[in-house]
Ligand binder design. Structure first.
Ligand SMILES: [Zn+2]
Ligand SMILES: [Zn+2]
Length: 204
């Protein structure tokens, strides 16, 4: 599930299309076949991204012989984040290899249970043991995600570079990017006044 946003100008009435904060796509080899696919070039050979539309992510992955976990570990899962260009107010996509699936959380659960057990046997009060156990799942889970994302980006360096080549503003070419969930006003792509605001318009 992902929040959907829209940018609108308080001065001239310009409104952007609706877009999610983040979604995932599958990297496939060969030329694109669907109109929505995004094409890439890797070592001169063609490749493309298939957006994993919510809520059919697992069905689209299965159609191409993947699960969320297998696609990530094979360097084929791409996290696509929509970002705002602070220079010109254009919203564009930043694409990075990512690893998702239950693996990180299973590892985190195991580590948190181990830490809580050690704390219990060391004579810590029950409340402390509970905080270590519950907090540990979140902490170890987030850490496992960061480590596995870095693994994929380093292991599949050529794909990372091919994706990076497109990671800039499509309108002005700038490299700066701000999260679209940032509260603030940006330059309007239509009238140029710094009166563009992004608002959440629902959940997809
Ligand atoms: Zn720009
Ligand atoms: Zn405007």
């Amino acid at each position: 599930m992902s929040s959907v946003y829209r940018a609108s100008c308080e001065d001239c009435g310009y409104t952007s299309g609706e877009f999610p904060d983040v979604y995932h796509a599958l990297w496939l080899d060969g030329p694109a076949v669907e109109p929505r696919d995004v094409s890439f070039s890797e070592n001169g050979t063609e490749a493309h991204l298939v957006p994993l539309a919510h809520p059919m992510e697992s069905r689209i992955l299965a159609k191409h012989g993947h699960t969320l976990a297998s696609a990530g570990l094979e360097g084929r899962l791409v996290a696509v984040q929509n970002v705002m260009c602070p220079q010109c107010g254009t919203i564009s996509e930043r694409r990075r290899l990512s690893v998702r699936g239950p693996g990180a959380w299973i590892a985190a659960l195991f580590l948190a249970l181990t830490a809580a057990t050690v704390a219990a046997f060391s004579g810590f009060p029950v409340t402390v043991v509970a905080v270590i156990g519950i907090g540990g799942v979140t902490t170890f889970g987030m850490a496992a995600r960061v480590v596995s994302d870095r693994y994929a980006r380093a292991r599949f360096g050529e794909r990372t570079q091919a994706l990076n080549a497109y990671n800039h503003c499509l309108s002005c070419g700038g490299n700066e990017a701000e999260s679209i969930t940032t509260l603030g006003r940006f330059p309007c792509p239509q009238c140029g006044e710094v009166k563009l605001r992004v608002r959440s318009v629902g959940i997809s």
